[in-house]
Write a protein that binds this ligand. Structure first.
Ligand SMILES: Cc1ncc(C[n+]2csc(CCOP(=O)(O)OP(=O)(O)O)c2C)c(N)n1
Ligand SMILES: [Mg+2]
Length: 361
């Protein structure tokens, strides 16, 4: 027998759950301001998530997907991107979208069912939230192909969940991207669950990162609760792609501390004990412990940050609530350049109902 190929998957961590460095930190972490910016972004995201859930519970927002416990994945990845890069998020990457410049008001509009929430003023070419699981991976490969053909030094960054890695779209996109050495980075937010399906029942593969190997590109695993590790691995992959060396798959190991969405009750299918254990690994307390031990973060700064984040989130919520709703017929306006006949008929029906309602009142 001759061995024709051999592969290893590395796992990257810099800071353990107690906030202790496990190895020398990457250069960017020498600047306290950089780490504090990551910490602030994670706290703001967590504050936003809590507010969005409470708005949904009080009937003022549609279904919402919290990123509780997974803030380091979104924030670490977006922090490694340059403004000219392009983010293709799924539905749990609000922390990345905020760093990119999407506003909290815009995302509340999105989750409130307002089409304007997908038309953000900020990064005009970033994609809107993708709810269909995994359908945006081929789009990311297409975006990256466009960058390559135009000779633009830009990178497409596509974020998706562990469940998405079981979809055919994921394999097709990765195969295509590796073959053509496209400037794209695929990031799996492995939060251990796809609604009620646990990671162990998702795939027989030992890691999700190794799904890169068959496509012919590097796959790396990072501690997704260590924002320094995420920022580092994402940065290396993004600059590798920009340098013409092709795509990378990053598997970020984290945990979904929340329900899947506000339409879910996770206590029906997983033990409280599992969730409690995972709270000991979450990313916000971890970075805070690190910063406090390094003398870079004080109780007063923490209190000010909590107050500032709450105020910013509350202001966004008020702006969202004060935004007049679009007419119901607006739901037909954003998908097709020309409406198919069946949808045009539905649009007329909705408009007719609105006129009748107005006349009756
Ligand atoms: C194509 C498709 N099938 C099914 C669904 C319903 N659905 C929404 S989220 C989800 C699970 C996604 O799990 P994962 O990819 O791990 O992402 P997570 O929700 O954990 O962030 C499913 C099956 C969907 N949105 N799209
Ligand atoms: Mg998942």
């Amino acid at each position: 027998m001759t061995q024709v190929a051999a592969f290893t998957i590395e796992h990257i961590r810099f800071v353990d759950p107690e906030g202790q460095a496990t190895q020398p930190l990457p250069a960017f972490a020498d600047q306290p301001d950089v780490l504090i910016a990551l910490y602030r972004a994670m706290v703001l995201t967590r504050t936003f998530d809590a507010k969005a859930v409470s708005l949904q519970r009080t009937g003022r927002l549609g279904t919402f997907a919290s990123s509780l416990g997974q803030e380091a994945v979104a924030v670490g990845v977006a922090a490694a991107m340059r403004p000219q890069d392009l983010l293709l998020p799924s539905f749990r990457e609000q922390g990345a979208q905020f760093l990119r410049g999407v506003t909290m008001t815009e995302l509340l509009l999105y989750w409130g069912g307002d089409e304007r929430g997908s038309d953000f003023a900020g990064p005009r070419e970033d994609f809107p939230i993708c709810v269909p699981v995994g359908t945006h991976l081929p789009h990311a490969a297409g975006v990256a192909l466009a960058f390559l053909l135009r000779g633009e030094p830009r990178v497409a960054v596509c974020m998706f969940g562990d469940g998405a890695t079981s979809r055919g779209d994921a394999y097709e996109a990765m195969n295509f991207a590796a073959l053509y050495r496209l400037p794209v980075v695929f990031v799996v937010n492995n939060n251990q669950w796809a609604i009620s399906v646990p990671r162990a029942r998702q795939t027989a593969a030992e890691t999700l990162a190794q799904k890169a190997i068959a496509a012919g590109m590097p796959g790396r695993q990072v501690d997704g609760n260590d924002v320094i590790a995420v920022r580092h691995a994402a940065g290396e992959a993004i600059e590798r792609a920009r340098g013409g060396e092709g795509p990378t798959l990053i598997e970020a190991l984290t945990y979904r501390l929340s329900d899947h969405t506000t339409a879910d009750d996770a206590s029906r299918y997983r033990d409280d004990a599992e969730v409690s254990a995972r709270w000991k690994e979450e990313p916000v307390a971890r970075l805070r412990a690190f910063l406090v031990a390094a003398g870079q973060w004080t109780k007063a700064e923490e209190e000010a940050l909590i107050a500032d984040s709450a105020a910013a989130v509350e202001a966004a919520a008020q702006e969202y609530l004060a935004t007049p709703a679009m007419p119901a017929a607006a739901m037909f306006d954003h998908l097709y350049a020309e409406l198919p006949a069946a949808l045009a008929a539905q649009r007329r029906e909705v408009e007719g109902a609105a006129v009748a309602e107005a006349e009756a009142s």
